[in-house]
Ligand binder design. Structure first.
Ligand code: URA
Length: 241
């Protein structure tokens, strides 16, 4: 699968930013530094259609019937996502690859196997979290999703996030980080950083496919991000008690 390197993904993100969070706070050690993001972004009208849906199963059936962009006609399956509908943690990748397109499930290929192993560093299993992608349909030859495709698909993800209501979102790779957190994110520079908006904590980390391509340099880093994920989860759960 082609993987969105930072600069390439940036070409997809600006349109997507049209539906991203208005501003996120970058969490430092204890201090919170404001990080402003371009404002004035609106979701396409589809967001309103999903607004009343509170049930993930119902949303799933609607999303599986989506043909809002041309990707659907070339894909075998709409890959909605998988996991605990009440998960505290969502992991969000880029778009389905071949194995995912064939099976209808996210991260089931080589990158998915690696992701399963990485989750264990956070003492989590796949069934404890919810895993999905920015784009729900495979792109031709796994090219990077176009901005218009990301925009068309984003209301589905926003609705998933609203229903699941996670405490933590792990943005896997450039497209996810730039779409959900800030279009200026560079994963190599910003991985391991936490951002916060409306009580949701966003962690930027490498995409598993990027780790597969450079395990020697990236595996240890992403493992340490997963340990930080565990620590943040424990901290947030402690606060709730
Ligand atoms: N890469 C992704 O970004 N998502 C998948 O589901 C599989 C590979």
């Amino acid at each position: 699968m082609l993987f969105a390197e930072d600069e390439d993904a940036l070409k997809s993100a600006p349109a997507a930013v049209a539906s991203g969070p208005r501003s996120l706070a970058l969490l430092g050690d204890e201090s919170i530094a404001e990080q402003k993001i371009v404002a004035g972004r609106e979701e396409p009208c589809r967001a309103n259609a999903w607004a009343g849906i509170m049930d993930l199963g119902l949303l799933r059936s609607k999303v599986l019937a989506c043909s809002d962009c041309s990707l659907r006609s070339g894909a075998n399956n709409v890959v909605f996502g998988d996991g605990d509908p009440r998960a505290q943690v969502m992991l969000i990748g880029e778009a389905p690859g071949q194995s995912e397109d064939e099976s209808g499930n996210p991260f089931v290929g080589r990158a998915g196997k690696l992701l399963d192993g990485l989750l264990s560093e956070a003492r989590l299993r796949r069934e404890d979290v919810f895993i999905c992608n920015i784009a729900k349909c495979r792109t031709p030859r796994n090219r990077l999703s176009e901005p218009a495709e990301v925009s068309a698909c984003l209301p589905h993800l926003r609705a998933q996030m609203r229903i699941i209501s996670p405490r933590i979102v792990v943005a896997l790779g450039a497209l996810s980080s730039q779409t959900l957190v800030d279009p200026s994110i560079r994963v190599t520079r910003d991985r391991g950083k936490w951002f916060e908006e409306d009580g949701v904590h966003y962690l930027v980390t490498f995409h598993p496919a990027a780790v597969l391509r450079d395990e020697r340099r990236k595996r240890g880093l992403v493992e340490s991000d997963m340990k930080n994920l565990r620590a943040m989860l424990d901290r947030l759960c402690d606060k709730k008690r």
